[in-house]
Design a protein around this ligand. Structure first.
Ligand code: NAD
Length: 349
């Protein structure tokens, strides 16, 4: 039985506990530690062992791996402390506050021989896997532009996420998921980023941002995270050289529309707007396009833990590696720099 403990029993710590407890034949949840004694009590009420101190947890020889589900500014010190205590680490995202911090942590992972990974669970999201599959299947031809966004209207939850020093802001929150997904999807270096980080309701942190990314293979992407938008745009809009795919939201409704493969000729139509005619924007005849459903697939996000265990036992390569995380953090560093300077940043990562 693979034994794991959790540090931080808030929203995400609770989620990890639930996931692990749903796999009793594969994982043993040794317990949790939280700096807030009320959260230790809450865990005990949930039937989970509460370690009264961090040292008590880290010195338990039964524990093979710890999950860190604490605010972002604690990821580095706790990762280092846990690995030096002999534990493997699954760190919540963002893996660190910046690439320099991650380099230090990777050095400790190498020195101690402990396995380190970041919980990029959104690689197992169905909407993302659908995009990956429809691109791999060639359903829309060669992709040249991808829009990936998440939007809400409630603002940032009023906790550490509003505090820059704690690693608050949306770039380090949803941004890291969306950038990781794109960099995992597109097998080509990122060559340019240009970002606007906006503070609409929460001074000091980005609560809305717009990011353009260019990849070496010519593909461009728009990444948007908004916490103050009342009419949402699609979660994904993907343009290929023979069609377009759209996924509306997390419920994964949407469609693929593409040109019929057989060559067709038709008289160009004209659309008249109030101010004049347009041929370019006139719709195609219906017979020249076909509509397909999105690919059907299943996903189990608990495969993340299974993979981490299997990699630790030498049975599989690690799915989310520190090196992948370092690429993402270097891009995020460049995104912050772009927003600060108000210019695009060239890179090759
Ligand atoms: P939260 O505020 O709900 O919970 C954080 C918990 O950590 C609290 O109970 C707090 O008391 C405890 N804590 C704070 N400092 C600590 C310390 N030094 N030692 C031990 N415990 C400490 O926050 P959350 O939403 O659970 O977020 C935690 C982490 O999980 C963040 O890094 C966040 O980005 C990440 N997260 C990831 C996902 C995902 O989908 N992967 C989703 C939400 C949050």
């Amino acid at each position: 039985m693979y034994t794991i403990a959790i540090i931080g029993y808030g929203g995400m710590g609770g989620w990890h506990a639930k996931q692990l407890l749903s796999l009793p034949e594969e994982f043993r949840l040794a317990g949790i530690y939280d700096i807030n004694p009320e959260r230790i009590e809450a865990a005990e009420k949930d039937g989970i062992h509460g370690y009264q101190t961090l040292d008590a947890l880290l010195s338990d020889p039964e524990i093979r791996t710890v999950i860190l589900a604490v605010p972002n500014n604690f990821h580095k010190p706790l990762s280092i402390q846990a690995m030096r205590a002999g534990k493997n680490v699954i760190c919540e995202k963002p893996v660190m506050m910046n690439a320099a911090e991650l380099e230090e942590v990777i050095a400790v992972s190498k020195e101690t021989g402990r396995q380190f990974s970041v919980h990029q669970n959104r690689r197992w999201d169905k909407d993302f896997l659908m995009v990956k599959k429809l691109i791999e299947d060639g359903s829309i031809g060669k992709p040249f532009y991808i829009e990936s966004r998440v939007q809400g209207s409630k603002g940032i939850p009023g906790d550490w996420r509003c505090v820059r020093e704690a690693g608050g802001g949306m770039l380090l929150d949803w941004g890291v998921h969306l950038i990781d997904q794109l960099m995992y999807l597109v097998d080509s270096p990122v060559t340019e980023v240009y970002a606007h980080l906006l503070s609409v309701k929460f001074p000091g942190v980005d609560d809305n941002f717009k990011l353009m990314m260019r990849f070496h293979n010519g593909l461009s992407a728009l990444v948007e995270v908004d916490t103050y938008t009342f009419i949402n745009l699609p979660r994904w809009h993907v343009s290929g050289d023979s069609g377009t795919a759209q996924i509306d939201d997390f419920s994964c409704t949407g469609r693929i529309v593409r040109a019929r493969t057989e060559e067709m000729r038709w008289e160009p139509g004209i659309v008249y707007t109030v101010a004049g005619p347009t041929r370019t924007m006139a719709p195609r005849p219906k017979e020249s396009i076909e509509e397909l459903p999105l690919p059907a697939l299943e996903s189990d996000a608990r495969d993340y833990y299974r993979n981490f265990r299997d990699a630790d036992e030498g049975k599989a390569p690690l799915a989310v590696t520190p090196e992948q995380a370092l690429r993402v953090m270097r891009v995020i560093d460049a995104v912050f720099a772009s927003a600060e300077k108000g210019t695009s940043i060239s890179l090759h990562i």
